[in-house]
Design a protein around this ligand. Structure first.
Ligand SMILES: Cc1cc2nc3c(=O)[nH]c(=O)nc-3n(C[C@H](O)[C@H](O)[C@H](O)COP(=O)(O)OP(=O)(O)OC[C@H]3O[C@@H](n4cnc5c(N)ncnc54)[C@H](O)[C@@H]3O)c2cc1C
Length: 402
């Protein structure tokens, strides 16, 4: 069976690797000319995503991934702050967590290596359809069409394939613009290092301003202690942060870092809480629009199963607020591979896969949208007043508990 995968991001490469490993004929096409041309932030892979990945890639790739990843169990419990840097509470104990954080660039490089010469870069897909023999076909702007037994769209939020299947967009803007950046822990003042500690944090303030600060240390907190296999982009303790603002009022412009800082200051954030942004590497600061599909399972993949399908963000575009979009795309890939290996026909395989994907997509979207709604709720007059009033009370309670 010949499978053509449109999109060599996280889900498409994971699928390509798995198909190749199980002996399917596969070709993955991506418009990028370089796999390292991808977001500089990190990806959290939970236990389910890692177990799916170990089905898809060879053990040697998995070992290099874990040697390049930062284990959540080795960092301190997450902290929650208000905009003045007052502690509001802690997240759950992470000592039993099997989740890891890995640089997105490292993950994509390892997956690309697993796909090998079945990955074709610099190939922008313009449309999908069927050839004269009724086989699914992929069309390109500047090369001959390619036919296959099955076409899988793993082409992300603005998917050409899912749009063809659904007859229109499968997601819409979630109302939030995100910003990410990287700051070395050693570049922070001693006081901020002491406050932030080796852990991740989240602060939400009035008027829809939020700051997530992820902590990555693939060297000190390696998930697998094998330095000779390490290929992380992050080489020392680093905060990889994500700021969020409601879309209509989000910072923009050439100097994103300065625009972001100004926006937080306007909303009353204390200067020390913004040090992590001030001291970020300027070329690491990037802007993303969050898109989201419906949280209802029956709205996802609303087409009859056939020989063209899609997975990942193409179907269930998930804002990064739950850190689960890439994991879900990887789990989609493992599920499709299992169904293709076990089902008597392609259509039955696709039908079984799509039914599972609807549930999975709905589950991760529901979690991600909880944080999106919380942030948007603080942007109403009532929500802003409630946030401004309740956070000092929460901070006082947290102080009493200590
Ligand atoms: C700041 C940020 C932080 C995130 N953090 C996390 C996290 O911690 N954990 C997590 O699980 N998820 C996270 N995510 C979400 C995660 O990145 C996505 O959910 C995930 O990448 C989806 O995988 P995918 O394969 O469906 O799409 P993508 O990885 O987006 O891949 C789509 C690919 O298709 C290609 N493509 C698109 N159109 C075409 C075309 N016409 N022709 C050819 N190629 C095409 C693109 O070049 C791209 O390579 C984060 C996202 C952002 C923005």
């Amino acid at each position: 069976m010949r499978v053509v995968v449109v999109g060599g991001g996280i889900g498409g490469l994971a699928l390509g690797a798995g198909l190749r490993r199980r002996g399917f004929e596969v070709a993955v096409f991506d418009r990028d000319t370089d796999v390292t041309a991808t977001g500089g932030y990190h990806i959290t892979l939970d236990e389910r995503a890692q177990s799916a990945l170990s089905e898809l890639v060879e053990p040697r790739i998995m070992r290099r991934l874990l040697a390049s990843a930062s284990a959540l169990r080795l960092r301190e419990r997450d902290a929650f702050w208000d905009r003045r840097g007052r502690l509001l509470g802690h997240g759950p104990d992470l000592s039993g967590s099997r989740s890891v954080d890995v640089d997105r660039i490292t993950l994509r490089m390892l997956l690309a290596e697993a796909v090998g010469d079945d990955l074709h870069l610099g190939c922008r897909v313009s449309a999908v359809g069927y050839d004269d023999d009724g086989a699914p076909q992929v069309l390109f702007a500047d090369r001959e069409p390619v036919s296959a037994d099955l076409v899988v769209g793993a082409d992300g939020v603005h998917s050409v394939v899912a749009r063809h299947l659904a007859g229109g967009p499968t997601n819409r803007p979630a109302g939030i613009i995100g910003f990410s950046g990287r700051t070395l822990r050693r570049d922070l003042s001693a006081a901020e290092r002491q406050r932030l500690r080796p852990r991740s944090s989240l602060a939400v303030g009035p008027h829809g301003a939020a700051l997530y600060i992820g902590y990555l240390d693939p060297t000190g907190n390696a998930a697998l202690d094998a330095p000779e296999l390490r290929m992380s982009m992050t080489t020392e303790p680093t905060y990889i942060w994500g700021a969020m603002f409601p879309a209509p009022d989000a910072p923009s412009g050439d100097d994103l870092q300065a625009a972001l800082l100004a926006k937080f200051q306007e909303r009353g954030w204390s200067a020390h809480t913004l040090e992590v942004i001030t001291r970020a590497a300027p070329d690491s600061v990037a802007r993303y629009r969050f898109n989201a599909a419906s949280t209802r399972a029956h709205d996802l993949a609303p087409w009859p199963p056939g020989r063209i399908t899609a997975l990942g963000d193409a179907v269930h575009a998930t804002p990064p607020t739950a850190g689960m979009g890439a994991g879900a795309a990887i789990r989609d890939a493992a599920s499709l591979l299992d169904h293709l290996s076990e089902s008597p026909t392609i259509t039955e395989a696709v039908g079984g896969f799509e039914a599972e994907m609807r549930q999975r997509g709905s589950e991760v979207l529901t979690l991600a949208m909880k944080t999106v709604r919380l942030i948007l709720a603080t942007n109403t007059p009532l929500g802003a007043a409630a946030t401004a009033l309740t956070t000092p009370l929460l901070a006082a309670t947290a102080r009493l508990r200590r």
